[in-house]
Every structure is written in C-alpha cells, then in structure tokens.
Design a protein around this ligand. Structure first.
Ligand code: SF4
Length: 178
C-alpha cells in the first residue's frame, strides 16, 4: 500500500509528562529518516513530537527545508505548548497548512492563555483541529472560536487512545534519536 502521509517526529522532548503519552509505545515503531529527500514521496507531512514548538528555530528550518524540497506539500503541525520568549508563532503559522492543538489533562491557566493566543492567530483558510481532554474541557470551559477550527474533538485520552492510521508512516528525524 502506498502511504501518502509521513508522521514526522521532530523531537521527543516535551515538558508535559501526560499519563497517556504514547511515545514510549511508538518509539518501537519509528523509522529513522536517513535521507531527507525520501519525504518527497509523501503528499502530507505531519510534524509532531514531543513538543516541536519548544525548539522553534529547528522547526522553522525544517519547515523551510520541506518547502524547498517540494512547494506543494500539505504540512500539518501537532503541538500543545510553546515558549513565548523564543517562539515565532506567526512565522510558524505562515508555513503550515493546518494545526492540531491539544489541551491536555494537565492544562494550566498559562496553557489557556497560550491557547487563546494561538487561536487568535489561526487562519480560517487552514485545516485546523482542536483536541480537548475532558479534564481541560471541564476545568477551563475554553472559549472556542468555531470559525477557526475545522474539527473539535473532546477525548477522555488513555494510553490506548492513539493509534497510527494505516495510510501513515511514522518517521523520526535523526537529530531526535540522539
Ligand atoms: S504533550 Fe504529547 S508528547 Fe508531550 S507528554 Fe503529552 S502526549 Fe506525550
């Protein structure tokens, strides 16, 4: 089966420590991306982690390299946190076709402020998805602008919630393996 989506792990680093984090399980399934040009065979690139936005300069360089490789990739970013001091959110938003943002079980007031900021910056022309852990939904009752999100999903996440769609390959950047 020809797969049209590469789920690309940019980093395994993340500050959250979610109880249901699937990366321990997924690590065994990740294939190291030995040759960057191999990404050209996919149509969609889903950049994930860990938390990609915690290393914004690496993320921006990766996004630019992908556009150089092929201008018409559909590039999606999975994220849930950022460092306000170092991140260039507008720069990231300009370079992607869609964002999946998650409010996890351990969402704090600070996370809610970040969510509001991210939501305000989103382009409604993009394919954006909001994932809400039931705890975050109940504790914070986020003000969701439905014009900005194509899909909003409320999940009681468990370590078994995530599964790899059959049309995706799970790849990891060599730098993330160190
Ligand atoms: S935010 Fe994602 S990568 Fe980080 S601990 Fe939670 S599930 Fe794992």
């Amino acid at each position: 089966m020809i797969k049209d989506t590469a789920r690309l792990v940019m980093t395994l680093k993340c500050n959250r420590g979610c109880t249901y984090c699937p990366n321990g399980f997924y690590k065994k399934l990740m294939t190291k991306l030995e040759n960057f040009d191999d990404l050209d065979k996919y149509n969609n690139i889903c950049i994930t982690g860990g938390e990609p936005l915690l290393d914004c300069s690496t993320l921006l360089a990766l996004l630019d390299d992908l556009r150089l490789l092929r201008g018409n990739f559909k590039i999606y970013l999975y994220a849930s946190d950022y460092d306000p001091v170092t991140v260039s959110l507008p720069g990231v938003m300009q370079r992607i076709n869609g964002l999946t943002w998650t409010l996890h079980e351990n969402t704090s007031f600070d996370d809610m402020q970040k969510f509001n900021h991210v939501q305000a910056l989103l382009s409604s022309a993009n394919d954006n998805r909001l994932v809400l852990h039931t705890k975050a939904m109940l504790q914070w009752a986020p003000r969701i602008n439905y014009l900005k999100w194509n899909r909003v999903t409320v999940l009681q996440m468990t370590e078994h919630t995530c599964s790899l769609p059959p049309n995706e390959d799970l790849l990891i950047m060599p730098e993330a393996c160190k």
